[in-house]
Design a protein. Structure first.
Length: 296
């Protein structure tokens, strides 16, 4: 399937907080799955996604892989009977990959998933339950250890339950477990490297979406990132930066992200590309290279 850029980019009706009466609007889901050199993990992730109890369309975005992860993913999708499109985005960085994936989304709801994460069979149903509330624009899944994924339904940690109650308009989870009303995500500006091309893109996007609607967190909405060694320098924010994020009033949060935090991440050279789990590869492409659709 080739990408129809004009159709994918259109957003005919801004999100107004109401759920459409159209049946397709209730059940229409797309999962964006960006990946870079994930041949060891991506098939297991796809097995989990294939077990979902509601239908979805999968958009795989190969972010310049130098292994055969794309072929592994393509073969797994065909074996599992998944409806999918495979896109190649050569510009390094997760934000570029997410932006390319979002341009191909035409469903009412969209989830961003990671290629090294296990998703339980009711993952999309739990997300849909949270997004069913009229004022909720995005939902965040809490993370559990990989070895806890076989224990049925893990409980949300008490500290996270407390944090989501005290600070409901803040991001408390990561990009491996986020789901959105597509129109709200686009109304917020979507994934935009020109606006934010640093790490912590999961917190920054939730900050923008929270201006439009509430963020939903639930006791049964979870996923399990793989336990793996991190062959990279830290991409986390400092304790001081995190604390300042939590205490910054909503009206000053733009200033926190785009003046304070962006400057500090720039000084540490923590671009979006640093999210990759492998050392940098010389991809041999310009950062201005355009994404190339390929057949699914």
């Amino acid at each position: 399937m080739l990408l129809d850029k004009k159709a994918a980019a259109s957003d005919p009706s801004p999100w107004d907080g109401a759920v459409s009466d159209n049946d397709e609007a209730h059940s229409g889901w797309t999962i964006i799955l960006p990946f870079f050199n994930e041949r060891r993990y991506i098939e297991r992730t796809l097995v989990g996604l294939a077990s979902q109890d509601r239908a979805f369309r999968l958009v795989l975005v190969d972010n310049g892989s130098t292994d055969d992860g794309a072929e592994v993913a393509r073969a797994a999708c065909r074996r599992l009977g998944l409806s999918f499109t495979l896109l190649r985005e050569p510009r390094p960085g997760k934000v570029h990959a997410l932006a390319t994936g979002l341009a191909d989304v035409r469903t009412t709801f969209v989830a961003t998933c990671d290629a090294d994460t296990w998703y339980p069979s009711d993952y999309l149903s739990q997300a849909a339950a949270l997004l069913a509330a009229d004022d909720v624009a995005a939902a965040g899944a809490f993370f559990v250890p990989e070895d806890a994924a076989d224990d049925g339904a893990p409980a949300m940690p008490a500290r996270l339950r407390l944090a989501t109650r005290l600070l409901p308009r803040q991001c408390h989870t990561g990009g491996a477990g986020q789901a959105f009303r597509t129109a709200a995500l686009r109304q917020a500006g979507g994934f935009d490297p020109a606006r934010w091309n640093w790490v912590l893109e999961d917190h920054e996007i939730m900050h923008r979406v929270a201006r439009i609607g509430a963020l939903g967190y639930g006791p049964h909405f979870w996923c399990a990132p793989a336990a793996r060694e991190r062959n990279r320098e830290s991409i986390r924010w400092t304790l001081g930066e995190r604390l300042l994020y939590h205490v910054t009033p909503p009206g000053l949060r733009d200033r926190f992200f785009y003046h304070f935090l962006a400057g500090r991440l720039r000084a540490r050279r923590l671009t979006s590309a640093r999210i990759r789990e492998r050392p940098f590869h010389h991809l041999g492409v310009s950062s201005d290279a355009a994404p190339r659709p390929v057949c699914g």
